[in-house]
Design a protein around this ligand. Structure first.
Ligand SMILES: [Zn+2]
Length: 241
C-alpha cells in the first residue's frame, strides 16, 4: 500500500471469484497466473524479471482445480470479467479460446494493447490470444443479474471492481483497487499505480470503496490480503446463508 514498508514483503494470495446462479450458470471474475509460464524456466525468465516480486504457485492448475473443487462445471461458464489485465489476473484467459465473452473496461483494453509493457506487469501473450471474445465496457455497468462492474481506476487505467448482490447482502470485490483491508479502512491508495498521474484516480477509487463499505449490508473484500477471512477459507457465500 502507498506509504507501506519497502523492506517488508508479504506472501499474498492471488484471488479469483465465481458468481454462480441457481441454474448452474456461472461467471468467473479474474483468472490468476499463467502457471505454464511460471513452470517453464525459459518463459519464466523472459517475463518475470522483477527484483522484488515473484510467483509461487501450488501444484496443478489452481484455477481449474479450485473451480472443480467448488463444483463449478466449465460447460456452464457463461462469461468472465477482468478487474484488470496484470499478469496475476489474466493468466487464465488461455482457457477462454473459443469460449464465452470476457468483459474488460475499454480504457484497460486500450492501455493493455497500446502502452503496457512488462515494466507495467502486463504480459501481452496472456490476453492477445486468437479466439478470445473480448467485450469492452465503459464505467459502471450491469454485466449480468446481480453483478455490476464498479469503475475503480488508478491501480491501472481501466481497473474495475465488482459488486455482487446476494439479496439483502452485497459483496464488493475490490481486487487491486484495495489490496489489503487497511486500504479500505484507512482510505489509503494501493502501492502500485500506473504512474503519478493516476494518484487522484486511485484516491477516488479507494474513497468510493470505503463509502460503499459504510452502506448497510455491504462488505468490501480486499483483493490480495493474506489475512482476509474469505481468502484463508475459500468457499461459497450463499444468498440463503
Ligand atoms: Zn494488479
Amino acid at each position: 500500500m502507498e506509504g507501506g514498508s519497502r523492506t517488508t514483503f508479504l506472501l499474498e494470495p492471488v484471488t479469483a471469484a465465481a458468481v454462480e446462479y441457481q441454474n448452474g450458470d456461472w461467471i468467473l471474475l479474474d483468472t490468476g497466473f499463467n502457471v505454464d509460464v511460471i513452470r517453464d524456466p525459459a518463459r519464466r525468465a523472459s517475463v518475470f524479471n522483477y527484483e522484488s516480486y515473484t510467483a509461487v504457485v501450488p501444484p496443478g492448475d489452481p484455477l481449474l482445480d479450485q473451480t472443480e473443487a467448488a463444483g463449478l462445471v466449465w460447460s456452464k461458464l457463461v462469461g468472465a470479467a477482468m478487474s484488470h489485465l496484470h499478469l496475476d489476473h489474466s493468466g487464465g484467459l488461455r482457457h477462454f479460446v473459443d469460449g464465452p465473452p470476457v468483459f474488460v473496461q475499454r480504457r484497460e483494453w486500450e492501455f493493455a494493447n497500446t502502452v503496457a509493457t512488462l515494466s507495467h506487469c502486463y504480459f501481452r501473450d496472456d490476453y492477445q490470444i486468437d479466439g478470445l471474445t473480448v467485450v469492452t465496457v465503459d464505467g459502471d455497468t450491469v454485466l449480468a443479474p446481480g453483478l455490476k462492474a464498479v469503475d475503480t481506476p488508478g491501480h491501472t487505467p481501466g481497473h474495475q471492481s465488482f459488486a455482487v448482490s446476494l439479496g439483502t447482502r452485497t459483496i464488493v470485490l475490490a481486487f487491486d483497487a484495495a489490496d489489503l483491508r487497511e486500504n479500505i479502512l484507512e482510505r489509503r491508495r494501493p502501492g502500485w499505480m500506473v504512474d503519478a498521474n493516476y494518484s487522484t484516480a486511485a484516491q477516488y477509487s479507494i474513497d468510493r470503496l470505503a463509502d460503499m463499505e459504510q452502506e448497510s449490508g455491504t462488505e468490501v473484500w480486499p483483493g490480495h490480503d493474506p489475512n482476509w477471512w474469505s481468502w484463508q477459507r475459500p468457499g461459497k457465500v450463499s444468498v440463503y446463508s
